[in-house]
Design a protein around this ligand. Structure first.
Ligand code: DGY
Length: 320
């Protein structure tokens, strides 16, 4: 029996590629570079399944080019890059990779939080530049994390994993979510629900952990940034467009807030030039899930989603 044709827009980690090649007639973009929309449309012409990245825009036009397409398996937990309505109309299944990247993304949130609070990138550059002349009582002073107030916006898997880490730092943890957690879970995590405006006003660190959709786009706008404390930091490991990047640049330049740790940007891979000039920012290239173990697990999950779809079984991790 012939194997289903799968098109992958990028090369995935080797163990994943090996399994994909064994199970499918795999066609893959050989370059370690994103494809243009036209190239994706060409790539999926004969494909029955596709593996897409969060950086690929899978809109109606793209989906229409995949005449035999039965499934789009996104290599990410977020799926805001896919037009779900268009996929539904063409009866194309869409899957994601929830759960396996939770702890890795929570770890990276913590990396950013600690790095911006303790000025780690500035300190590293200082040492590397050869300018360090020895210990000094007032050099590169940051601020404490221990015992401060952490405001989590979004309390899904990743928000909770960040809260568990914060407990070790004896932080006062508050959260905002459209769906408050059951009381028992709040108690177990040591978190307290607050309205968004109160959370912004109370927190020393505000960390974003919600999906991008119409309700969350620019949730952190000029008004939200003005509500934050002048000494507060914003951390974003979710999706760039949740923050109005122009407003954030102004907030950082004019010290409405103390700093930001960002793994995601409004128009990736483009970043506002002002952000790159500011000292009170740590910027990372969207590496929230980028540990070898996790990227392999994500790939195996994509594989499972595809296999079940072609076996006619129940497809796990289906978002539609
Ligand atoms: C995701 O999977 O949505 C993450 O952003 C990947 O880093």
């Amino acid at each position: 029996m012939s194997k289903p044709i799968i098109f992958s827009t990028r090369v995935l980690p080797e163990p994943v590629m090996d399994r994909l090649k064994a199970a499918f007639d795999l066609r893959c973009n050989p370059a370690d570079l994103p494809l243009s929309k036209v190239q994706i449309m060409e790539g999926i012409q004969a494909a029955e399944g596709m593996i897409s990245m969060l950086s690929d825009t899978i809109d109606r036009e793209v989906l229409e080019a995949g005449r035999s397409l039965k499934i789009v398996a996104n290599y990410a937990v977020g799926y805001n890059n896919i037009d779900l309505e268009a996929a539904k109309a063409r009866q194309i299944a869409v899957t994601n990779t929830p759960g396996v990247l939770t702890e890795t993304t929570a770890d990276l949130t913590w990396v950013l939080l600690m790095a911006i609070a303790r000025r780690i990138c500035e300190a590293h550059q200082w040492v590397q530049s050869g300018k360090w002349t020895g210990w000094a009582p007032t050099e590169l002073m940051g601020v404490d994390v221990f015992g401060k107030t952490l405001g989590l916006i979004g309390m899904g898997r990743i928000g909770k994993a960040v809260a568990r880490r914060a407990a070790g730092f004896k932080m006062n943890i508050v959260y905002f979510s459209r769906h408050a957690l059951p009381k028992a879970e709040e108690t177990a995590l040591g978190v307290r629900s607050l309205p968004l405006s109160e959370l912004l006003e109370a927190s020393d660190y505000v960390s974003l952990h919600l999906p991008l959709n119409d309700a969350s786009r620019h949730l952190i706008d000029q008004d939200a940034l003005r509500r934050m404390k002048p000494g507060a930091f914003l951390i974003n490991t979710s999706r760039g467009p949740i923050v109005d990047e122009k407003a954030l640049c102004q907030a950082l330049a004019e010290n409405w807030i103390a700093g930001a740790g960002l793994d995601v940007f409004e128009a990736e891979p483009r970043i506002s030039p002002e952000l790159l000039r500011l000292k009170n920012v740590v910027t990372l290239p969207h590496i929230g899930s980028a540990s070898l173990e996790t990227r392999v697990k994500m790939g195996f999950m994509v594989m499972e989603n595809l296999l079940t779809a072609f076996q006619g079984s129940i497809v796990p991790n289906r978002v539609i």
